[in-house]
Design a protein around this ligand. Structure first.
Ligand SMILES: [Ca+2]
Length: 398
């Protein structure tokens, strides 16, 4: 279901008319008439208190004995690929964990390490598996986020291809991103601002604080928004992000959505649009974690507003757009993991508007990732516990 709502960006444009002289009412009405993809209004979590879930969800531990399983995805046979942040790549098949040989060497520092894994949607015909991880390849001390693809044969990664490496390397431990998602034949992945918010997110000639779009072989789509711009990183699809650690294809709208781990009170959900700037750190709903402020502005006409932000922050990690009919109340809704409050947040959607929130499995542990298996079940990665399957009273009777 799609609804067209006058966006707050337009409202702010009106407010800003007198200041920048660039806008006038005629231009604005033009914008409203043409912009049929206007984003929904900005919803604050404060306006939607999260209740306990209506359904009494439970869980079963499916893969025990993991530390920080940062990413997971499924092969068509239902077996699971799992990254351990410290560097292990695990194939979980028929109840057994098998270490995959030949995993990339990771720079395991702070928030960096082995990050996401994603199986190509046409895996059965092409066999490609994609990974993001922090890598020390290239010049300079430290590391930055890299994207690789490879095939899995006899418990080993083969035909490894380095597709992207963000530069420069940095010894800072913050904000590597990273998630991988496919849409419409393209691969999208995220790199956080690497703890350098003043230089990276607003500069398209630098990596960091970006969503990237590539062809699955790593080449740059010629209709990427900054192709041909001087010194631009042509893989960039959108910019002005902080640390996106959740990314999904909303299969209802056909859009890539990300959440980004924000400053204190500034975690956001953004609908990704080609070439747009999401404002970090010029605008934000948050403040620094030491309670000092860095901006008084929450929105500007030239930036894309989030559709939702959390205040207080939940420290989001992992996101899932549920398409399975095994969980009727979750279908076509979002699930987001909370590292800080240790539960799964269910965000009920009406189009692009979050209309309700609830807490699933409160106290379960620090959530890293969420995924839906080919069996239609929902899985979550919990630090120190492993991979769990979300159950309902109905599924437990089966
Ligand atoms: Ca933003």
């Amino acid at each position: 279901m799609k609804r067209i709502i006058l966006s707050l960006a337009v409202a702010f444009s009106f407010a800003a008319c007198g200041d920048n002289g660039k806008s006038n009412e005629a231009d604005m009405s033009q914008t409203v008439a043409e912009d049929t993809t206007a984003t929904a209004q900005v919803i604050a979590s404060e306006s939607l208190p999260a209740d306990s879930s209506k359904t009494e969800y439970g869980y079963e531990v499916v893969v025990p004995g993991l530390q920080i399983a940062w990413g997971m995805d499924f092969l068509p046979d239902g077996s699971m690929l799992i990254t351990e942040k410290s560097g292990d790549l695990i194939h979980f098949q028929n109840g057994q964990k098998q270490m995959i040989e030949g995993a990339p060497e990771v720079y395991n520092r702070g928030q960096g390490g082995f990050l996401d894994v994603a199986v190509h949607p046409d895996y059965e015909s092409n066999g490609w598996i994609y990974f993001t991880y922090s890598s020390s390849e290239g010049e300079g001390e430290g590391g930055n986020t890299a994207l690789m693809r490879a095939k899995l044969e006899n418990g080993q990664l083969v035909q490894k291809e380095d597709l992207y490496k963000a530069i420069p390397n940095s010894t800072r431990g913050q904000h590597f991103g990273s998630r991988i998602t496919f849409n419409d034949g393209y691969l999208y992945f995220s790199v956080g601002d690497r703890g350098n918010r003043d230089e990276n997110p607003q500069d398209i000639t630098r990596d960091g604080g970006k969503i990237y779009r590539l062809n699955p072989d790593g080449s740059i789509p010629q209709d990427n928004p900054f192709v041909g711009e001087e010194n631009a990183k042509e893989a960039i699809y959108s910019y002005g992000h902080r640390n996106p650690q959740g990314m999904i294809l909303n299969s209802d709208t056909g859009e890539i959505w990300v959440h980004e781990h924000g400053p204190q009170g500034g975690d956001e959900i953004n609908v990704i649009k080609k070439g747009e700037n999401y404002g970090w750190p010029v605008v934000s709903y948050g403040i620094n974690y030491d309670n000092t402020t860095f901006t008084d502005e929450t929105s500007r006409p030239e930036f894309e507003d989030p559709i939702f932000y959390w205040k207080p922050s939940i420290a989001p990690s992992g996101m899932l757009y549920v398409t399975s009919n095994k969980y009727p109340e979750l279908e076509e809704n979002l699930l987001v993991g909370s590292l800080k409050f240790q539960y799964i947040e269910h965000l009920e959607l009406d189009g692009k508007t979050v209309v309700a929130r609830e807490k699933i499995l409160p106290g379960v542990g620090r959530l890293r990732d969420l995924a839906q298996g080919p069996d239609g079940n929902i899985y979550a990665s919990i630090e120190g516990t492993g991979i769990i399957r979300l159950t309902t009273p109905a599924s437990e009777e089966e």
